[in-house]
Design a binder for this molecule. Structure first.
Ligand code: ADP
Ligand code: TRP
Length: 330
């Protein structure tokens, strides 16, 4: 049997270039790898812990689905679905919750970070913590274990969550016999952190992003906003210290990169470097952007794709849950 890779993407903001380079591009490559069956889903229940506005939440969920397909996810070959279309994940969530100690949740980074922040500010320690956020790692364990996933590609911040899933799987297996695979995380160490407009990590939390599917005008406008130093046209510039160059490298081919490196050393103006970046980026994103717009205009098609994905997912989840229920004596 092929190994299963699984990852979830939260609909919490417009997809930006950092998400693409750091998460989507590597995951799409894994999905093409013949040794894996890929399970990719929209983690909308996890997105709910931020209690979003309903209309915006819905748009973001469709946006995520359209983005992945526009960028080349083969939804017929892989299992691509909405988390909230799988009732079994909740059933398993509750069962796992009964085997997860509260102490384990107390130690989870995201929750701990909020508590530490509250402590620092002299607030009530539970300020801003809802139970969805507190038990977030259990639902994530249910996502992973329900399909007996082997490999979970994630960013560094999610490693602990995959370890919790592994812990819970072990606890369950020990009590009831071999049931769950022990999942392993896969963190792409080579993935660069893409800088945002202000030079910090590109992140929706910093409001410094370039949305992946900005239209041409907006893309050019945002590129012009990227911070540079005050060196003048004609002055040599160090490409390895430049955000513009880091972005350029993500979209250009080897020859273009080499030429641009020389241009920097020979003192290309920042204005010209920005124009060149726009051109290479715009070219690379043109087709996916069109596909994205087309899909966003066809919600029925997106619903249909996700529905078929959910059916595939449930054909695995249902017998799995049956086995689990029998084992625990329900
Ligand atoms: P954000 O920081 O915008 O809130 P998320 O935390 O939702 O983004 O990250 C979603 C995925 O995108 C994660 O796998 C994360 O590692 C990746 N990612 C986010 N920002 C960047 C960046 N600037 N460079 C590389 N990868 C990133
Ligand atoms: N927590 C993940 C994130 O914030 C999203 C997620 C939910 C996930 N369930 C998952 C990732 C299962 C991998 C496996 O990015």
């Amino acid at each position: 049997m092929k190994k299963r890779i699984l990852t979830g993407i939260k609909p919490t903001g417009q997809i930006h270039l950092g998400n693409y380079m750091g998460a989507i591009k590597p995951a799409l490559e894994l999905a093409k790898d013949e040794q894996y069956d890929a399970f990719y889903f929209i983690a909308d229940y996890h997105g709910l812990t931020r209690t979003p506005d309903p209309e915006e939440f819905k748009e973001l969920s469709y946006g995520i689905a359209a983005t992945w397909i526009a960028l080349g996810l083969d939804y017929e070959k892989s299992v691509f679905y909405r988390q909230s279309d799988i009732p079994e994940v909740f059933e398993l969530n509750w069962i796992l919750a009964c085997y997860a100690s509260k102490g384990l949740m107390n130690r989870a980074h995201a929750y701990k970070a909020i508590v530490d922040e509250n402590k620092k500010n002299g607030n009530d320690l539970d300020d801003g913590v809802n139970m969805g956020l507190f038990t977030y790692p259990i639902l994530m364990a249910a996502d992973i274990l329900l399909y007996n996933s082997n490999t979970v590609p994630v960013g560094k911040d999610q490693i602990q969550h995959v370890e919790i899933a592994r812990d819970l799987a072990q606890t369950f297996n020990k009590k009831y016999g071999a049931t769950f695979n022990l999942p392993e995380y896969k963190v792409d160490a080579d993935t660069a952190v893409l800088p945002g407009l202000d030079g910090r990590k590109m992140s929706k939390s910093y409001n410094n992003t370039i949305p992946l599917f900005s239209d041409e005008k907006k893309l050019l406008k945002l590129i012009k906003k990227i911070k540079t130093d005050s060196s003048l046209p004609g002055e040599p510039k160090d490409p390895d210290q430049s955000n513009l160059f880091s972005l350029y490298k993500q979209f250009a081919d080897a020859e273009q990169i080499a030429e641009m490196r020389t241009a920097y050393e020979q003192g290309i103006s920042w204005g010209e470097a920005k124009q060149q970046l726009f051109e290479v980026m715009n070219e690379a994103l043109r087709e996916p952007r069109e596909r994205y717009q087309e899909l966003m205009g066809n919600r029925d098609k997106l619903d249909q794709i996700l529905k078929e994905g959910a059916e595939k997912a449930r054909s695995i989840a249902t017998p799995m849950m049956k086995d689990i229920r029998t084992k625990i004596g329900l």
